[in-house]
Design a protein around this ligand. Structure first.
Ligand code: C2O
Ligand code: CU
Length: 525
């Protein structure tokens, strides 16, 4: 989701020549505005990353041992837009890692970026010291340095990895990829595709962000707290994210998904962005077979219903290719980027285009709290819990603008959730703010037990990321079975960077990591 204005700025620097190597950032901001007014913004941006290699296509890597290098590249999002980005192995998304359940996995990571970074394995129950949160579980990996991550692939499913250093900006800039853990037993489908959703800033209104950007660090000038406040209460004007992508491409640049009649097809949907996307699969019945890596019990077929996927969430859906032609999976809604977030599903040998985009069509959404068949899950509402917490999610006016709070506090002042190994933990999440909060817990899965006081009536729902909408209240429960210091935060990462983070801390865990007090580069949130 790299900011295009950065490209514009770079180009302006180049355009105005070496004399300006000490240019005052405010001056560059004005120049930038002029470039936009002259309608040169896009051209300028297109030239700006000339020294960078063009991003390659995402590769699928299978095995137990992987080599990943973080480096810069120029990403061609469509015919018009190229953005300088951060990548894993030169592609956005980074390599799609396929590992086998039961395997011990090693990832040799090298940082060839100009900034410190770290990889976090989102949703995966790795041991705490491999969780990749700078300042909490490890020091950020400095430019030129390496680090080897290791974990056992205990549970199958769809996961992802991303930077957890200054993540609001580094994930925005492209540092993410899919992690697929294949089950021990044979797959139940014939073909699979992984689709990673994201949004990027488009230049049309990029200058709006200039007031809010951090001039000391232009590459990472996202939300500094004094940016624009939009109607959704975000300190970041989400309207600036006008370019939506699937696997790093937008609109017709997205590679069609080939299917053969009769095949059972699994789509693994991962939202690496900061907005919820409502997806509509045309022409087919589908089932949601898993979310956040966890299977749903006896999912019923769905037709013409929207699947909402919030930041950080994953959904595995399956359909049978029994309706030859060319169909769309498309993002619905009025958001300006929605038109770019659609991918064709092409039957081999089918004649082109039998389907029409219709992003404005009003369709009901799937309600996950009523989906699938009941079964006994690990927890119930009325059982005994060792500890219970309430997290009230709010907003407040801070010294430098809007902050996002948990029980009135911003990280690191938020009160941790203390647990000890073996505890059964119940957490009530209450959204008392005007915007969605997709809350994500590291290192554990929780069962969602009730919504707005009503017990769930469908399949047991086990997740690591749960979108809590304004006014909603959920009760979730988890077993404290993975000792460590674990983040629990909003995955609209602007909210996390503006305070909405806390930690689950095991009282009986003593980390062998102590952050270097003189190291100012760790930015785990
Ligand atoms: Cu996907 Cu704390 O992260
Ligand atoms: Cu939030």
């Amino acid at each position: 989701m790299k900011k295009l204005w950065f490209g514009v700025l770079l180009a302006v620097f180049i355009a105005i020549g070496a004399a300006c190597s000490n240019v005052d950032p405010h001056e560059s901001a004005q120049k930038h505005d002029m470039a936009n007014m002259n309608g040169q913004g896009e051209n300028a941006a297109r030239n700006s990353g000339e020294n960078l290699p063009l991003a390659t296509n995402t590769k699928v890597l299978s095995g137990k041992e992987f080599y990943i290098t973080a480096k810069e590249a120029l990403l061609k999002i469509n015919d018009k837009v190229r953005l300088p980005v951060y990548t894993y192995n030169g592609s956005v998304p980074g390599p799609e890692l396929h590992v086998k359940q039961g395997d011990r996995v090693k990832i040799h990571f090298k940082n060839d970026l100009p900034v410190p970074t770290a990889i976090h394995w989102h949703g995966y129950p790795v041991s705490n010291n491999q969780d990749g949160v700078p300042g909490v579980t490890m020091d950020a990996i400095k430019p030129g340095k390496t680090y080897t991550y290791e974990f056992t692939a205990t549970v199958p499913g769809t996961y992802w990895y991303h930077s957890h250093q200054n993540s609001v900006n580094q994930v925005d800039e492209g540092l993410y990829g899919a992690l697929i853990v294949e089950p021990k037993n044979k797959a139940t489908f014939d073909r699979e595709y992984t689709l990673v959703l994201d949004e990027w800033m488009s230049h049309g209104n990029a200058q709006m962000n200039m007031a809010g950007m951090n001039h000391g660090d232009m590459n990472h000038g996202s939300c500094t707290g004094d940016g624009q406040t939009d109607t959704s209460g975000s300190c970041h004007d989400m309207g600036m994210y006008g370019l939506f992508t699937i696997n790093g491409k937008s609109g017709s640049a997205i590679k069609p998904l080939k299917v053969k009649q009769g095949e059972k097809v699994r789509l693994r949907l991962i939202n690496a962005g900061y907005m919820t996307h409502a997806l509509h699969l045309h022409g087919h019945e589908y089932k949601i077979v898993a979310t956040d890596g966890h299977p749903l019990n006896d999912p019923q077929p769905i037709k013409d219903k929207l699947l909402n996927i919030a930041p950080g969430e994953r959904y595995d859906i399956e359909f049978t290719a029994n309706h030859p032609g060319e169909w769309l999976l498309e993002c619905h809604g009025n958001m300006k980027g929605a038109a770019g977030m659609k991918v064709k599903i092409q039957y081999e040998g089918a004649k082109s285009s039998t389907d029409k985009a219709n992003a404005k069509e009003d369709l009901p959404a799937v309600d996950l709290t009523k989906y699938g068949k009941p079964a006994s899950g690990p927890f119930t509402l009325d059982q005994k819990y060792d500890v219970s917490y309430t997290m009230r999610l709010g907003t407040a006016m801070g010294k430098n603008g809007m902050v996002y709070t948990i029980n009135g506090k911003t990280y690191p002042e938020t009160a941790p959730l203390y647990v000890k190994t073996g505890d059964r933990v119940k957490v009530k999440l209450v959204n008392a703010s005007p915007v969605d909060h997709p809350m994500h817990l590291h290192g554990h899965f929780f069962q969602v037990l009730s919504k707005n006081g009503k017990p769930l009536t469908g399949s047991p729902l086990i997740k690591d990321t749960l979108n809590v909408k304004p006014g909603e209240e959920y009760v979730v429960a988890f077993k404290a079975d993975n000792p460590g210091d674990w983040m629990f935060h909003c995955h609209e990462l602007h909210h996390a960077s503006a305070g909405m983070v806390t930690e689950v801390k095991y009282k009986d865990y003593k980390s062998d990591y102590t952050p270097d007090p003189d190291d100012q580069t760790n930015r785990g949130e």
